[in-house]
Design a protein around this ligand. Structure first.
Ligand code: GLU
Length: 441
């Protein structure tokens, strides 16, 4: 059965880059009728925070990316220790004692000699006595996985055929000197034991994948299918990594971005299919295919989310936005006509408040000198209430007959006098909602 996972480290809020990963994994699982696991990668006790775990769940729930299971790496440390023992027994795991400064120096030397900065495996030559001495002097060493120096190959769901020479990669550290288990092995153990069949993640993980394939094989697990999506850049192709902090999902939510807008964009951006606003999750699932994504960096412009949000809102019935309409101050009896009037004139739900204020308080009229008399005459012709959708038509017809004005010369001064603006909602829909005029009518 298809099983995927989204595996954030709870060291911060999740952003659009993480969402891309979460969404792709979610859609693959749902399309196949499989399982979607939320895996919290919290093996780093110093940087992992409970508040971020809660925030990640909140953000995913807001988007409707519901998970079937939550797993926490901090609950599974014994499993990782067992896997480490296994690697040790197989002779694929070795302790190394170089300090970061020493490693740095080695790297610099290699680079100076025009060689790739790959760990030289000096620790493999240490005798037991030397190791004891180093341990006594420096404390426990780190544990490195001994890669087999052969080519590591896989068919990537996005990047196509990949072939990496293991000799060009350093033996990865899987356990730190202080005993902390690192993501590289924890992830492999989890993916294997949880039956993960498909892993989609950012292309910054390609080298990890190469080493993880060898670890999976060493531990006798099955390799999942891998796909690495390209990294997001800003609209001009500039690196987004520094700005991702400002593109946290909670910030977008704050700014009024609608989940469907965000999901619709992220499910297509960087693929060969056009971005289309989808009306619900079922449509997103139906239209998703990870193989249609390309390897090139993907341009992301936060501004694209607003037209999609506006379009989504336009499509919604009152029932879906009732709380926002109430919060804007609209009385229950006017909610239906108010929403019908406002929905095509908002970018986010936050704009409702302004339209309600216009309805409730009126606006500072915009009246050109040459229109003063005309407006006075028109106001005098306002029919008696109650106003409805026909009132604007009846009234402007009467004004036209009385004043001889027509077209723009008739309608624009009235709109400006009533709303203080040159553009806005259909006047026929707005007029019955203008409380000041209603009172007069
Ligand atoms: N915790 C890892 C990360 O945030 C997970 C990567 C993966 O999907 O394997 O990058």
């Amino acid at each position: 059965m298809t099983t995927t996972r989204f595996a954030p480290s709870p060291t911060g809020y999740i952003h659009v880059g993480n969402l891309r990963t979460a969404l792709m994994n979610y859609l693959i699982a749902r399309k196949a009728g499989g399982t979607f696991i939320l895996r919290i990668d919290d093996t780093d006790p110093e940087r992992s925070k409970e508040e971020y775990v809660d925030a990640i769940k909140q953000d995913l729930e807001w988007l409707g990316l519901h998970w079937d299971k939550v797993e926490r790496q901090s609950d599974r440390l014994d499993r990782y220790a067992e896997a480490a023992d296994k690697l040790r027994e197989m002779g694929r795991f070795y302790e190394a004692f170089e300090t970061p400064t020493e490693l740095d120096l080695k790297r610099k030397k290699q680079l100076n000699m025009g060689k790739p900065p790959v760990y030289d495996r000096a620790a493999l030559n240490l005798s037991d006595a030397e190791k004891d001495a180093l341990r006594a002097e420096r404390g426990n060493g780190v544990w490195r996985f001994k890669l087999d120096h052969e080519r590591i190959e896989w068919n990537d769901g996005i990047l196509g055929d990949i072939s990496i020479d293991a000799a060009s990669v350093s033996d990865p550290v899987l356990i730190r000197g202080d005993g902390q288990v690192l993501y590289t092995i924890a992830s492999v153990v989890d993916d294997t034991e949880m039956g993960v069949t498909d892993v989609v993640r950012g292309s910054d993980h390609v080298t990890n994948t190469a080493t993880q394939i060898q670890i999976i094989e060493a531990l006798g697990g099955n390799c999942p299918r891998f796909a690495h999506h390209s990294l997001l850049t800003g609209p001009q192709g500039e690196a987004l990594s520094k700005r991702l902090g400002t593109l946290a999902l909670r910030d977008l939510r704050e700014q009024g971005v609608q989940p469907m807008a965000l999901l619709s964009l992220m499910a297509r951006l960087g693929s060969s299919d056009p971005v289309e606003l989808r009306s619900d999750m079922a449509e997103l699932i139906e239209g998703f295919d990870v193989n249609r994504f390309g390897a090139a960096p993907t341009k992301f412009d936060v501004q694209d989310l607003f037209p999609l949000t506006a379009k989504h809102l336009q499509s919604l019935p009152l029932a879906d936005v009732a709380d926002a309409v109430t919060d804007a101050g609209v009385p229950a009896e006017l909610a239906e006509p108010f929403w019908a009037m406002a929905r095509e004139n908002i970018t986010t739900l936050a704009d409702l408040k302004g339209w309600w204020e216009l309805c409730r308080d009126g606006a500072e009229p915009l009246i050109a000198d040459e229109d003063r008399e005309f407006i006075a005459e028109a106001i005098a012709l306002l029919p008696d209430g109650p106003f409805d959708g026909e009132t604007w038509g009846t009234w402007t017809k009467a004004v036209k007959e009385a004043t001889g004005r027509k077209g723009k010369g008739l309608f624009m001064p009235l709109r400006k006098a009533l709303t203080g603006m040159e553009r806005g909602p259909e006047m026929a829909a707005l007029l019955p909602l203008l409380q000041v005029i209603r009172a007069r009518g």
